[in-house]
Every structure is written in C-alpha cells, then in structure tokens.
Ligand binder design. Structure first.
Ligand code: SF4
Ligand code: FES
Length: 365
C-alpha cells in the first residue's frame, strides 16, 4: 500500500482522513483539543518513544471497515496505527477515563508531594494530568521508593523520586549526542535512571533532556529555585550560534534572563534542539536578538504572569513592599519563621527521603 493512501478514522465522533501508517494519537492530534489523548512518554521527535506510560489509552470500538469487530482491550494510541473505517473513543469512553484515572494513580504511587517546591510546577505534565484525573488521596500504604543521590553533572539535577521512567531522556541522549552515558538500570520496581560509573553528562546537546522530561526529574541547575515560571515572561529570541539553530525561548524578569529553553509546540514538544552554550551560558539579554513574547496556552498558569503590553524587557512593578507596609519580601517568604505548619526544626529540602504526613503535624516533636 502506498504512503499516499488515505484512511478514514473517526475519533470521538469526528471523522478525518489521514495517511496510512499514522498512529491514532497523531490522527487525534490533527483534530486537536481534548480529543488528543495525553502522552507522557511518546515524543514525535524521538524514534522509538511511546508505549511505556499508558496515559494515551483509547478504546477502539470498530477495528476497520473490513473487520468491524471492536478491539478487546484498550490500546496505547501512540503505538496503534489507524485502519480504514476505524472508530475510536477517547473522552467519550467511560472505560478510557476510568483506566486513565488508574494509570495516574499508579504513576503517583511513588511520586513525592513535591509540587510546592518542584521547579517543574506550572509546566509539569504529571501535575496537569493529576488535576484532570487524580484523586485527592492515595490508597498506597507503604513507604515511597527512595534512591541513592546521583550527581549527573554541573548543569542538570536528577530527582529520581519524581521520574516516571518514560525513557524520553534516554532516547534524547542516544539520538542527539554521540556519547550516551546514562540509561535505565535495573528492571521493574528497581528500575532507575543513572549514569554509568557516575560520569557527568557533558555532551553539547545533553541539556535537551531537561526539556523532554515530562516531570521535574531533570531540571536546570542554573535556574533551580531562582524563580517560578509563572512570574517570568517567556520571549522568543535567537542568536547566531555555530552549534545549533540558536532559536530559543528566554524566560525573563525585566532584563534579567533567568533561564533559556528550547521553543515548544502546542503538545509541549521541542521545536528545535538547542545546545548547552545557548541554554546554560548565554544568560544576558545582550546575548540575544529578542523577537517578541512567546505565545503560551491561555489555560496555562504561565500565561497568568504575562505583563501584557510590555514587549521587550520592561521590569514589572514590584508591589510587595507597597502592599505590606514597607516589609521586604524575603521576610514574608521565610516559611519556617512565620508558619506554625511544619515542625520548626525540620528543613524539608534537607530530608534524605520524601516528606511524610508526619512531617506536617502541627508543631509536635
Ligand atoms: S528522568 Fe524524566 S525524561 Fe528521563 S525517564 Fe525519568 S521522567 Fe522520563
Ligand atoms: S504516550 Fe502512549 S504509552 Fe505513553
């Protein structure tokens, strides 16, 4: 069958035609909106990705025109190709919603309640997914997994407790750099991301693992804890870079560049891979030619921080001091001094394990 053959597929009662060989996920993305299933491990730019996380499950209620029998089980839409006349249910299927709720519960079994401190907050796909499908409590009664800390180099921080083993970073390192040194070691419940003999990841393009990680397991050491993404203004910028395309998004507050990332499309996937020099070392506005504000989905919390109308690097008016009778913001932010919530002597950031509910018992020792 030639590649130009078009197949008719109906997803959530919307019919489109797509070339033979297209996956159900990509056909649904063509329709867009909520019809597109969430994807935590599939990444269109990474060969071999998908099939790991099961968040993209859909129900095939009619296999094809020739064989209209439904598929007996839910299938991973990122790994299932369309057939002519296929009918698929995503948000219109109760079975799918129920299964997705279960998948989210499993993904969260070992995940720490890190959102208040995690640098990925505001742009974490797991956080979004748990808002849409998660439950307020967990049925898991055991201690969450803990890991030996791995130092994976000067630029990238690995928090293994947050990893969902999607393999995206492994494929990125494999396909973008010529010297992959990290991978998933061990199997099943023991599987973890690690570097062989703790080598640092120092390839020119390795910083891209930060952008592909759907959770906060891999974050940018040059940006950690410096600011929240929704307080920053994302702007498209470029520079003449000898290594990569030089097309990036700058995350600024005023004229201070807090971080540099690749530009991402509507599915949260990188448009052009960028090099480590652009990402980690060009942190001055003068290093860049600014093109204008980056369009962010209006439902994202990041778009709340846009100080509209100020194209360029105008610093937003700081109002902390004004509304708090001259008190400095850092006094307000020292939660250990002002809060009765945590035990005073416990610094959650220094715990060698995930925080447990007992760490939050009001002032009991
Ligand atoms: S570190 Fe991030 S990108 Fe890598 S496998 Fe874990 S969740 Fe996926
Ligand atoms: S996106 Fe399909 S299994 Fe993960």
């Amino acid at each position: 069958m030639s590649d130009s053959t078009l197949f008719k597929v109906t997803i959530d009662n919307i019919t489109i035609e797509v070339p033979a060989g297209t996956t159900v996920l990509n056909a649904a993305r063509k329709i867009g909106g909520e019809v597109a299933p969430p994807a935590m491990c599939y990444y269109s730019k990474l060969e071999g990705s998908g099939g790991k996380c099961r968040t993209c499950l859909v129900e095939v209620s009619k296999g094809s025109e020739k064989d209209p029998r439904p598929m007996p089980k839910l299938v991973a839409s990122c790994r299932t190709t369309v057939m002519d006349g296929m009918e698929v249910k995503n948000i219109t299927s109760e079975k799918v919603i129920d299964a997705r709720n279960g998948v989210v519960e499993f993904l969260l079994i070992n995940h720490p309640l890190d959102c208040p401190v995690c640098d990925q907050a505001g742009e974490c796909h797991l956080q979004d997914l748990s808002y849409e499908h998660g439950k307020e409590g967990t049925r898991y009664e055991f201690q969450r997994r803990t890991f030996k800390k791995h130092d994976i180099g000067p630029y990238i921080q690995l928090h293994m407790t947050r990893c969902i083993l999607c393999y995206r970073c492994v494929y990125t390192a494999d396909q973008l750099t010529n010297k992959r040194e990290h991978g998933i070691l061990d199997r099943g419940d023991h599987a973890e991301i690690a570097t062989f003999i703790e080598k640092s990841l120092d390839n020119d393009f390795i910083g891209n693992v930060i952008d592909v990680c759907p959770v906060g397991a891999l974050t940018d050491k040059t940006f950690r804890f410096k600011n929240r993404v929704w307080f920053l203004k994302p702007m498209d910028a470029h520079r003449d870079c000898p290594t990569c395309s030089g097309k990036v998004t700058l995350w600024n507050r005023g004229d201070e560049v807090f971080r540099v990332t690749a530009r991402k499309d509507q599915w949260g996937e990188v448009e052009d891979w960028i090099c480590n020099t652009c990402r980690f070392e060009k942190k001055k506005t003068s290093d860049w030619v600014i093109e204008g504000p980056r369009m962010i989905d209006r439902h994202s919390v990041i778009s709340q921080g846009h100080y509209a109308g100020n194209v360029g690097t105008t610093i937003p008016t700081e109002t902390f001091e004004k509304v708090h009778n001259g008190r400095q913001p850092n006094l307000l932010m020292d939660i250990h001094d002002v809060s009765n919530v945590n035990k005073q002597h416990i610094r959650l950031s220094l715990l060698e394990r995930p925080a447990h509910s007992t760490d939050f018992t009001p002032n009991q020792d």
